[in-house]
Ligand binder design. Structure first.
Ligand SMILES: C[S@@+](CC[C@H](N)C(=O)[O-])C[C@H]1O[C@@H](n2cnc3c(N)ncnc32)[C@H](O)[C@@H]1O
Length: 321
């Protein structure tokens, strides 16, 4: 039977995220995925996941020292969503006799429900924990779950890493991932050819249209509709790591009163509400950036992405002792 843990009260998390938005006019990215944000995300993401092949991933992982029946392994998915990105790997590990335990972490209860339903046909041990991996108590909570394992992989799949401020998330992972444990990142890579990067930029700039439901749902949670203003994207430099970064903002057409968490707030056309950032990486620069937090690159591969309009790249690191 899967184990379900609650490290944080979901109502408190939602309250904290909305309060953060009201104080900063920046949307913590967790807000997108609460309640039906989860299903609207997968109305788009499931098509993407169905296109990503698992052959290269299996070939890559079978070469790693922890791929052995003698190794008790924990796979901790940070922001697991519906667990679809890691499911093929976990199933194959288990089928080939690896002693793997899955720990799905998400701050969205509805995401954890999707993950549990998705893995219901798999019989490796599973734990689903409602938690915010950014809270100071989280490293201890996860340590208690993984202390009897010989190897531990902390994974951040599906571009989650690319939605955060880069120094903040790299520092957080540096504190969270213990020595000798692994970090597995799934990011969108930049291309070597500039014309391919131009197409990628164009695709990134269309995110609010391509993920219409997802953005509308977020605005609704903030007491807004798309008609109240415009969503626009800005490309800017990360500075610390070489990326193509798009940040999307919402600017109201006129001064507007909103009620969010039963609190009244006012937005004016001077407010540029920061919604979300997405990134594509120059991968060598990301590896160098992570090495400054003690993550040594083990290797990476580009899975077959079928007809998708951009690539994914998966990178494995090991934390230095
Ligand atoms: C971009 S989605 C990716 C989901 C999934 N890994 C995939 O590949 O489809 C990001 C996920 O991270 C979760 N998340 C974001 N910030 C989080 C935090 N601080 N703590 C826990 N979960 C978080 C969101 O709720 C969401 O499910």
């Amino acid at each position: 039977m899967p184990e379900h843990l609650t490290f944080c009260d979901p109502q408190r998390l939602e309250g904290d995220y909305l309060a953060e938005f009201l104080a900063t006019k920046r949307v913590p990215q967790n807000l997108f995925y609460l309640l039906n944000g989860a299903s609207s995300f997968y109305s788009y993401r499931s098509t993407e996941l169905a296109q990503i092949g698992s052959h290269d991933e299996l070939r890559f992982f079978r070469r790693q020292p922890f791929w052995s029946p003698d190794c008790r392994m924990a796979f901790v998915s940070l922001g697991c969503g519906n667990a679809g990105a890691e499911k093929p790997l976990l199933q194959q590990m288990h089928a080939e006799g690896c002693n793997v335990r899955y720990i799905g972490i998400d701050s969205s209860d509805s995401m954890l429900e999707l993950a549990a339903a998705n893995l219901a046909d798999s019989d490796f041990p599973q734990t689903f924990a409602l938690a915010d991996f950014g809270l100071p108590e989280f490293p201890q909570q996860v340590e208690a779950l993984t202390s009897d394992c010989d190897a531990c992989i902390f994974a951040m799949m599906g571009g989650t890493f690319g939605n955060f401020d880069q120094s903040m998330i790299a520092d957080l992972l540096g504190r969270l991932v213990p020595p000798k444990a692994y970090l597995y990142l799934d990011v969108v890579p930049m291309y070597a050819a500039e014309d391919a990067n131009l197409k990628l930029r164009s695709r990134f700039s269309q995110l609010p249209e391509n993920l219409r439901l997802f953005f509308d749902r977020l605005l609704e949670l903030l007491g807004l509709t798309r008609d109240d203003g415009e969503i626009y994207g800005v490309e800017s430099d990360d500075g610390v790591v070489s990326t193509i970064r798009y940040t999307f903002y919402f600017r109201p057409h006129t001064t507007i009163g909103i009620t969010c968490l039963s609190e009244a707030a006012v937005l004016t056309p001077d407010d540029h509400v920061e919604l979300i950032s997405i990134r594509a990486y120059q991968v060598a620069s990301l590896q160098a950036f992570m090495s400054r937090r003690g993550f040594e690159a083990v290797g990476s591969f580009v899975p077959d992405t079928g007809n998708l309009s951009h690539l994914w790249q998966r990178l494995l690191f090991v934390k230095e002792e």
